[in-house]
Design a protein around this ligand. Structure first.
Ligand code: FES
Length: 124
């Protein structure tokens, strides 16, 4: 499954407006500008940001482009997508957020494990 979210302008930078925060705390929007051609997918863009702009940005992935692990699910422009297959277009801007129907852990990481599979940190 590959999805192109919108059309942009070739040769222009891509801007990601990313909702960030921890747990139930306040949400802020951080804007990141990526050079044209730096990233083919939303996940590529997030990895580029973490490598070049902000190593604190949190997101989850495992298989990268195999569309097998389902760990990269997030909300982009109001749609739930797999970030590894959602395509970025040069010159476009995107709103990126954690899943809307799951508890936020940090930034783009949502609690996706079923409750009975989660590690019990307080077994008393
Ligand atoms: S990283 Fe595994 S499905 Fe996207």
């Amino acid at each position: 499954m590959t999805s192109t979210l919108k059309t942009g302008q070739a040769g222009q930078p891509v801007v990601l407006h990313i909702a960030r925060g921890v747990g139930d705390g306040a949400t802020r929007i951080d804007d990141y500008t990526l050079p044209a051609g730096a990233a083919a997918s939303v996940l590529d863009g997030l990895r580029w940001i973490r490598e070049h702009l902000d190593e604190t940005l949190a997101f989850r992935y495992s298989c990268i482009n195999a569309n097998a692990c389902k760990e990269c699910m997030m909300h982009v422009d109001g749609e739930v997508v797999y970030a590894c297959v959602a395509r970025l277009e040069d010159g476009a801007q995107y709103d990126v957020a954690p899943l809307p129907n799951k508890a936020r852990v940090r930034d783009l990481v949502s609690e996706i494990a079923p409750s009975k599979e989660r590690l019990d940190l307080d077994p008393t």
